[in-house]
Design a protein around this ligand. Structure first.
Ligand SMILES: Cc1cc2nc3c(=O)[nH]c(=O)nc-3n(C[C@H](O)[C@H](O)[C@H](O)COP(=O)(O)OP(=O)(O)OC[C@H]3O[C@@H](n4cnc5c(N)ncnc54)[C@H](O)[C@@H]3O)c2cc1C
Length: 331
Protein backbone atom coordinates (compact mmCIF):
# COMPACT_ATOMS: atom_id res chain seq x y z
CA UNK A 1 0.00 0.00 0.00
CA UNK A 2 1.18 3.52 -0.77
CA UNK A 3 -0.03 6.23 1.60
CA UNK A 4 -0.14 9.78 0.25
CA UNK A 5 -0.41 12.60 2.80
CA UNK A 6 -1.94 15.69 1.19
CA UNK A 7 -4.76 16.15 -1.32
CA UNK A 8 -3.48 19.17 -3.26
CA UNK A 9 -2.55 18.92 -6.92
CA UNK A 10 0.66 16.97 -6.15
CA UNK A 11 -0.98 14.28 -4.01
CA UNK A 12 -4.03 13.92 -6.25
CA UNK A 13 -2.02 13.50 -9.44
CA UNK A 14 0.18 10.92 -7.75
CA UNK A 15 -2.97 9.03 -6.68
CA UNK A 16 -4.24 9.15 -10.25
CA UNK A 17 -0.92 7.81 -11.55
CA UNK A 18 -0.86 4.95 -9.00
CA UNK A 19 -4.43 4.13 -9.96
CA UNK A 20 -3.34 3.78 -13.59
CA UNK A 21 -0.57 1.43 -12.49
CA UNK A 22 -3.19 -0.57 -10.53
CA UNK A 23 -1.24 -0.22 -7.30
CA UNK A 24 -3.13 0.01 -3.97
CA UNK A 25 -3.03 3.49 -2.45
CA UNK A 26 -4.71 5.65 0.21
CA UNK A 27 -4.73 9.45 0.26
CA UNK A 28 -5.28 11.38 3.49
CA UNK A 29 -6.23 15.04 3.31
CA UNK A 30 -6.42 16.97 6.56
CA UNK A 31 -9.23 19.29 5.48
CA UNK A 32 -12.90 18.78 4.89
CA UNK A 33 -14.69 21.19 2.52
CA UNK A 34 -14.82 24.22 2.53
CA UNK A 35 -11.30 24.63 3.97
CA UNK A 36 -10.02 22.56 1.05
CA UNK A 37 -10.02 25.74 -0.97
CA UNK A 38 -7.55 27.64 1.19
CA UNK A 39 -4.48 25.80 -0.05
CA UNK A 40 -2.21 26.82 -2.91
CA UNK A 41 -3.67 24.26 -5.31
CA UNK A 42 -7.09 25.91 -5.13
CA UNK A 43 -5.92 29.53 -5.04
CA UNK A 44 -3.43 29.76 -7.84
CA UNK A 45 -3.74 31.43 -11.22
CA UNK A 46 -3.94 28.16 -13.17
CA UNK A 47 -1.36 29.17 -15.74
CA UNK A 48 0.14 26.14 -17.43
CA UNK A 49 3.44 27.11 -18.93
CA UNK A 50 6.09 25.19 -20.80
CA UNK A 51 8.90 27.73 -20.63
CA UNK A 52 11.44 27.78 -17.81
CA UNK A 53 14.97 29.11 -17.68
CA UNK A 54 16.08 26.16 -15.54
CA UNK A 55 16.53 23.14 -17.87
CA UNK A 56 15.27 20.70 -15.22
CA UNK A 57 12.08 22.68 -14.65
CA UNK A 58 11.70 23.12 -18.42
CA UNK A 59 11.85 19.33 -18.96
CA UNK A 60 9.19 18.80 -16.28
CA UNK A 61 6.95 21.55 -17.62
CA UNK A 62 7.13 20.24 -21.19
CA UNK A 63 6.11 16.75 -20.08
CA UNK A 64 3.28 18.02 -17.93
CA UNK A 65 1.71 20.22 -20.58
CA UNK A 66 0.60 17.15 -22.53
CA UNK A 67 -1.36 15.98 -19.49
CA UNK A 68 -3.58 19.07 -19.43
CA UNK A 69 -3.94 19.13 -23.21
CA UNK A 70 -5.20 15.55 -23.21
CA UNK A 71 -7.03 15.16 -19.92
CA UNK A 72 -8.30 18.42 -18.45
CA UNK A 73 -11.62 19.79 -19.75
CA UNK A 74 -10.97 23.25 -18.26
CA UNK A 75 -7.67 23.59 -20.14
CA UNK A 76 -7.79 26.62 -22.43
CA UNK A 77 -5.08 26.73 -25.06
CA UNK A 78 -4.94 30.53 -25.16
CA UNK A 79 -1.14 30.72 -25.28
CA UNK A 80 1.16 32.87 -23.16
CA UNK A 81 2.76 36.12 -24.23
CA UNK A 82 5.94 36.72 -22.32
CA UNK A 83 8.47 39.53 -22.12
CA UNK A 84 11.70 37.57 -21.68
CA UNK A 85 14.38 38.56 -19.31
CA UNK A 86 16.20 35.25 -19.72
CA UNK A 87 17.98 35.60 -23.04
CA UNK A 88 17.82 31.91 -23.83
CA UNK A 89 14.02 32.01 -24.12
CA UNK A 90 14.30 34.32 -27.07
CA UNK A 91 16.66 31.95 -28.87
CA UNK A 92 14.17 29.12 -28.55
CA UNK A 93 10.88 30.80 -29.37
CA UNK A 94 9.40 33.07 -32.03
CA UNK A 95 9.24 36.76 -31.27
CA UNK A 96 6.01 38.65 -31.05
CA UNK A 97 4.87 42.14 -30.03
CA UNK A 98 2.92 42.37 -26.81
CA UNK A 99 -0.07 44.57 -26.09
CA UNK A 100 1.92 46.91 -23.89
CA UNK A 101 4.54 47.74 -26.44
CA UNK A 102 7.32 45.47 -25.26
CA UNK A 103 8.85 42.86 -27.55
CA UNK A 104 8.40 39.37 -26.26
CA UNK A 105 7.70 35.78 -27.19
CA UNK A 106 4.47 33.92 -27.75
CA UNK A 107 4.11 30.36 -26.48
CA UNK A 108 1.26 28.83 -28.41
CA UNK A 109 1.10 25.45 -26.64
CA UNK A 110 0.55 27.00 -23.22
CA UNK A 111 -2.64 28.15 -21.54
CA UNK A 112 -4.76 28.05 -18.43
CA UNK A 113 -6.85 25.72 -16.32
CA UNK A 114 -9.47 26.42 -13.67
CA UNK A 115 -7.62 25.11 -10.59
CA UNK A 116 -10.78 24.33 -8.61
CA UNK A 117 -12.20 22.34 -11.50
CA UNK A 118 -9.00 20.33 -11.82
CA UNK A 119 -9.15 19.49 -8.11
CA UNK A 120 -12.85 18.67 -8.24
CA UNK A 121 -12.34 16.29 -11.16
CA UNK A 122 -9.55 14.47 -9.33
CA UNK A 123 -11.36 14.41 -5.99
CA UNK A 124 -14.64 13.06 -7.35
CA UNK A 125 -13.25 10.57 -9.84
CA UNK A 126 -14.17 6.90 -9.34
CA UNK A 127 -11.11 4.97 -8.19
CA UNK A 128 -10.81 1.20 -7.89
CA UNK A 129 -7.40 0.78 -6.29
CA UNK A 130 -7.50 3.42 -3.59
CA UNK A 131 -9.60 5.96 -1.71
CA UNK A 132 -9.40 9.62 -0.78
CA UNK A 133 -10.09 10.25 2.89
CA UNK A 134 -10.81 13.78 4.06
CA UNK A 135 -10.40 15.11 7.59
CA UNK A 136 -7.33 12.97 8.30
CA UNK A 137 -4.16 14.82 9.26
CA UNK A 138 -1.30 12.38 8.83
CA UNK A 139 1.57 12.21 11.29
CA UNK A 140 4.72 10.19 10.81
CA UNK A 141 6.70 8.20 13.36
CA UNK A 142 9.87 6.27 12.67
CA UNK A 143 9.98 2.79 14.24
CA UNK A 144 13.25 0.86 13.85
CA UNK A 145 14.20 2.86 10.78
CA UNK A 146 10.80 2.46 9.08
CA UNK A 147 8.26 5.27 8.66
CA UNK A 148 4.72 4.66 9.89
CA UNK A 149 1.93 7.17 9.26
CA UNK A 150 -1.06 7.42 11.53
CA UNK A 151 -4.20 9.48 11.98
CA UNK A 152 -7.44 9.02 13.94
CA UNK A 153 -6.75 5.39 14.80
CA UNK A 154 -5.63 4.45 11.27
CA UNK A 155 -2.04 3.36 10.79
CA UNK A 156 0.19 2.15 7.97
CA UNK A 157 2.25 -1.02 8.33
CA UNK A 158 6.01 -1.57 7.95
CA UNK A 159 5.62 -2.87 4.39
CA UNK A 160 3.85 0.30 3.19
CA UNK A 161 5.38 3.33 1.51
CA UNK A 162 4.53 6.90 2.55
CA UNK A 163 4.62 10.03 0.39
CA UNK A 164 4.62 13.48 2.01
CA UNK A 165 2.73 15.66 -0.50
CA UNK A 166 1.51 18.15 2.11
CA UNK A 167 2.58 21.53 0.75
CA UNK A 168 3.40 23.64 3.80
CA UNK A 169 2.38 20.73 6.03
CA UNK A 170 5.60 19.03 4.95
CA UNK A 171 7.58 21.54 6.99
CA UNK A 172 5.88 20.40 10.20
CA UNK A 173 6.37 16.71 9.37
CA UNK A 174 10.03 17.28 8.52
CA UNK A 175 10.57 19.22 11.74
CA UNK A 176 9.17 16.34 13.81
CA UNK A 177 11.55 13.95 12.01
CA UNK A 178 14.46 16.24 12.90
CA UNK A 179 14.81 17.58 9.34
CA UNK A 180 14.97 21.08 7.95
CA UNK A 181 13.80 21.23 4.32
CA UNK A 182 15.08 24.79 4.00
CA UNK A 183 11.85 25.89 2.30
CA UNK A 184 10.97 29.57 1.99
CA UNK A 185 7.40 30.84 1.48
CA UNK A 186 6.52 33.71 -0.87
CA UNK A 187 3.24 35.53 -0.64
CA UNK A 188 1.30 35.97 -3.88
CA UNK A 189 -1.96 37.83 -4.26
CA UNK A 190 -4.38 37.54 -7.13
CA UNK A 191 -6.83 40.37 -7.77
CA UNK A 192 -10.03 39.93 -9.74
CA UNK A 193 -11.13 42.95 -11.77
CA UNK A 194 -14.62 43.44 -13.13
CA UNK A 195 -13.39 45.33 -16.17
CA UNK A 196 -11.99 43.00 -18.82
CA UNK A 197 -12.35 45.56 -21.60
CA UNK A 198 -9.60 45.29 -24.18
CA UNK A 199 -8.08 42.15 -22.69
CA UNK A 200 -8.57 38.87 -24.51
CA UNK A 201 -6.21 35.86 -24.42
CA UNK A 202 -3.36 35.06 -24.38
CA UNK A 203 -2.21 35.21 -20.80
CA UNK A 204 0.31 38.01 -20.50
CA UNK A 205 3.31 37.68 -18.28
CA UNK A 206 5.73 40.52 -17.66
CA UNK A 207 8.81 38.88 -16.25
CA UNK A 208 10.58 42.14 -15.46
CA UNK A 209 7.94 43.06 -12.90
CA UNK A 210 6.53 39.54 -12.34
CA UNK A 211 3.06 40.92 -13.14
CA UNK A 212 0.63 38.93 -15.24
CA UNK A 213 -3.01 38.68 -16.10
CA UNK A 214 -5.50 36.25 -17.54
CA UNK A 215 -9.12 36.57 -18.56
CA UNK A 216 -11.57 33.96 -17.33
CA UNK A 217 -15.19 34.50 -18.34
CA UNK A 218 -16.19 37.98 -17.21
CA UNK A 219 -13.25 38.36 -14.87
CA UNK A 220 -9.72 39.58 -15.30
CA UNK A 221 -7.26 38.14 -12.80
CA UNK A 222 -4.01 39.97 -12.20
CA UNK A 223 -1.16 39.74 -9.79
CA UNK A 224 1.68 42.05 -8.92
CA UNK A 225 3.82 39.09 -8.06
CA UNK A 226 5.15 40.37 -4.77
CA UNK A 227 7.58 37.89 -3.29
CA UNK A 228 7.60 38.49 0.43
CA UNK A 229 9.25 35.70 2.43
CA UNK A 230 6.95 34.53 5.22
CA UNK A 231 7.87 32.56 8.35
CA UNK A 232 7.06 28.87 7.96
CA UNK A 233 7.11 27.94 11.62
CA UNK A 234 3.52 28.96 12.34
CA UNK A 235 0.08 27.94 11.14
CA UNK A 236 -1.24 30.29 8.52
CA UNK A 237 -4.39 32.30 9.07
CA UNK A 238 -6.02 34.48 6.42
CA UNK A 239 -3.19 36.36 4.75
CA UNK A 240 -2.99 40.12 4.29
CA UNK A 241 -2.30 41.26 0.76
CA UNK A 242 0.49 43.64 -0.15
CA UNK A 243 -1.08 47.15 -0.10
CA UNK A 244 1.21 48.36 -2.92
CA UNK A 245 0.20 45.61 -5.33
CA UNK A 246 -2.84 47.26 -6.99
CA UNK A 247 -0.76 50.36 -7.80
CA UNK A 248 1.91 48.20 -9.35
CA UNK A 249 -0.66 46.42 -11.51
CA UNK A 250 -2.05 49.81 -12.52
CA UNK A 251 1.42 50.91 -13.64
CA UNK A 252 2.06 47.77 -15.69
CA UNK A 253 -1.35 47.00 -17.12
CA UNK A 254 -3.27 50.22 -16.61
CA UNK A 255 -5.93 48.50 -14.51
CA UNK A 256 -7.95 50.70 -12.18
CA UNK A 257 -7.73 49.62 -8.49
CA UNK A 258 -11.39 50.68 -8.11
CA UNK A 259 -12.37 47.82 -10.45
CA UNK A 260 -11.11 45.16 -8.01
CA UNK A 261 -14.03 42.95 -6.95
CA UNK A 262 -12.14 40.37 -4.89
CA UNK A 263 -8.70 39.11 -4.08
CA UNK A 264 -7.11 35.99 -2.73
CA UNK A 265 -3.67 35.43 -1.26
CA UNK A 266 -1.67 32.33 -0.73
CA UNK A 267 1.92 31.28 -0.26
CA UNK A 268 4.11 29.30 -2.54
CA UNK A 269 6.96 27.21 -1.26
CA UNK A 270 10.43 27.29 -2.72
CA UNK A 271 13.56 25.28 -2.02
CA UNK A 272 16.79 27.33 -2.00
CA UNK A 273 17.64 26.17 -5.54
CA UNK A 274 13.99 26.65 -6.69
CA UNK A 275 13.64 22.97 -7.59
CA UNK A 276 10.99 20.79 -5.95
CA UNK A 277 11.77 17.90 -3.64
CA UNK A 278 10.63 14.73 -5.34
CA UNK A 279 11.99 11.32 -4.42
CA UNK A 280 13.06 8.88 -1.77
CA UNK A 281 14.19 10.02 1.65
CA UNK A 282 17.96 9.46 1.95
CA UNK A 283 17.69 7.76 5.34
CA UNK A 284 14.25 6.17 5.62
CA UNK A 285 13.74 3.69 2.80
CA UNK A 286 9.92 3.66 2.72
CA UNK A 287 9.49 7.47 2.91
CA UNK A 288 9.18 9.81 -0.11
CA UNK A 289 8.86 13.59 -0.45
CA UNK A 290 6.84 15.54 -3.01
CA UNK A 291 6.85 19.16 -1.94
CA UNK A 292 8.29 22.64 -2.61
CA UNK A 293 6.66 22.94 -6.03
CA UNK A 294 7.11 26.72 -5.96
CA UNK A 295 5.22 28.99 -8.32
CA UNK A 296 4.89 26.34 -11.00
CA UNK A 297 3.24 23.44 -9.15
CA UNK A 298 0.19 23.24 -11.41
CA UNK A 299 2.47 23.14 -14.44
CA UNK A 300 4.92 20.49 -13.27
CA UNK A 301 2.94 18.25 -10.88
CA UNK A 302 1.87 15.76 -13.61
CA UNK A 303 5.50 15.10 -14.54
CA UNK A 304 6.57 14.81 -10.89
CA UNK A 305 3.76 12.35 -10.18
CA UNK A 306 4.89 10.23 -13.11
CA UNK A 307 8.56 10.21 -11.99
CA UNK A 308 7.72 9.45 -8.38
CA UNK A 309 5.27 6.65 -9.19
CA UNK A 310 7.94 4.99 -11.34
CA UNK A 311 10.45 5.25 -8.51
CA UNK A 312 8.13 3.87 -5.82
CA UNK A 313 6.51 1.10 -7.84
CA UNK A 314 9.27 -0.03 -10.22
CA UNK A 315 12.34 1.31 -8.35
CA UNK A 316 13.22 3.17 -11.56
CA UNK A 317 15.28 6.30 -11.02
CA UNK A 318 14.86 8.64 -13.94
CA UNK A 319 17.96 10.86 -14.43
CA UNK A 320 15.78 13.92 -13.70
CA UNK A 321 15.17 12.65 -10.16
CA UNK A 322 18.83 13.18 -9.35
CA UNK A 323 18.22 16.93 -9.57
CA UNK A 324 15.11 16.72 -7.43
CA UNK A 325 16.25 14.37 -4.70
CA UNK A 326 15.51 15.44 -1.10
CA UNK A 327 19.03 14.19 -0.31
CA UNK A 328 20.31 17.58 -1.43
CA UNK A 329 19.09 18.97 1.90
CA UNK A 330 18.39 15.89 4.00
CA UNK A 331 21.43 13.78 3.05
C1 LIG B 1 -1.17 32.81 -5.57
C2 LIG B 1 -0.50 31.67 -6.29
C3 LIG B 1 -0.53 31.61 -7.68
C4 LIG B 1 0.05 30.53 -8.34
N1 LIG B 1 -0.07 30.46 -9.70
C5 LIG B 1 0.39 29.34 -10.34
C6 LIG B 1 0.21 29.22 -11.72
O1 LIG B 1 -0.38 30.07 -12.38
N2 LIG B 1 0.71 28.10 -12.35
C7 LIG B 1 1.37 27.11 -11.65
O2 LIG B 1 1.82 26.15 -12.27
N3 LIG B 1 1.52 27.21 -10.31
C8 LIG B 1 1.06 28.29 -9.64
N4 LIG B 1 1.21 28.40 -8.29
C9 LIG B 1 1.90 27.32 -7.57
C10 LIG B 1 0.96 26.15 -7.24
O3 LIG B 1 -0.28 26.62 -6.79
C11 LIG B 1 1.60 25.27 -6.16
O4 LIG B 1 2.93 24.95 -6.51
C12 LIG B 1 0.84 23.96 -5.99
O5 LIG B 1 -0.53 24.21 -5.82
C13 LIG B 1 1.37 23.18 -4.80
O6 LIG B 1 0.60 22.01 -4.70
P1 LIG B 1 0.81 20.99 -3.52
O7 LIG B 1 -0.14 19.86 -3.74
O8 LIG B 1 2.27 20.69 -3.39
O9 LIG B 1 0.46 21.80 -2.17
P2 LIG B 1 -0.93 22.33 -1.57
O10 LIG B 1 -1.83 22.90 -2.59
O11 LIG B 1 -0.55 23.19 -0.41
O12 LIG B 1 -1.62 21.01 -1.03
C14 LIG B 1 -1.14 20.33 0.11
C15 LIG B 1 -2.32 19.63 0.76
O13 LIG B 1 -1.84 18.85 1.87
C16 LIG B 1 -2.76 18.98 2.95
N5 LIG B 1 -2.02 18.64 4.18
C17 LIG B 1 -1.10 19.40 4.83
N6 LIG B 1 -0.60 18.71 5.88
C18 LIG B 1 -1.23 17.50 5.87
C19 LIG B 1 -1.11 16.33 6.70
N7 LIG B 1 -0.24 16.26 7.72
N8 LIG B 1 -1.91 15.26 6.42
C20 LIG B 1 -2.80 15.30 5.38
N9 LIG B 1 -2.94 16.38 4.58
C21 LIG B 1 -2.14 17.45 4.81
C22 LIG B 1 -3.22 20.43 2.85
O14 LIG B 1 -4.45 20.61 3.51
C23 LIG B 1 -3.34 20.61 1.33
O15 LIG B 1 -4.62 20.30 0.85
C24 LIG B 1 0.70 29.50 -7.60
C25 LIG B 1 0.75 29.56 -6.21
C26 LIG B 1 0.16 30.64 -5.54
C27 LIG B 1 0.21 30.66 -4.05
Amino acid sequence: MIYILGGGIAGLLLAEKLEELEVPWQLWERHHAPNLNKEASARNAGIIRSYEADPVAAALAQQALAYYHNREPSFCNCGIALVPWEVNYAEKYHECRLYHGKVGIFLDQDGTVEPQQVLLRLRTKKYRHGTLQFGLEGKIAVENGVAICHSNGQKSSREDSIVVACGEGAVKIAFRLGYDLGLVAHLRTLYEYKNTAGFKGPVQWDEETSCYFRVSGETLTATAGEQIPQPLDQERGEIEADPQAPQKIEQVFGLNPLDIVSWRSCRRLMAPDHRPYCGRDPRIANLYWLTGLGGRGMSIAPALAQLLAQQIVFHKTDPLLEFLTPARVLG
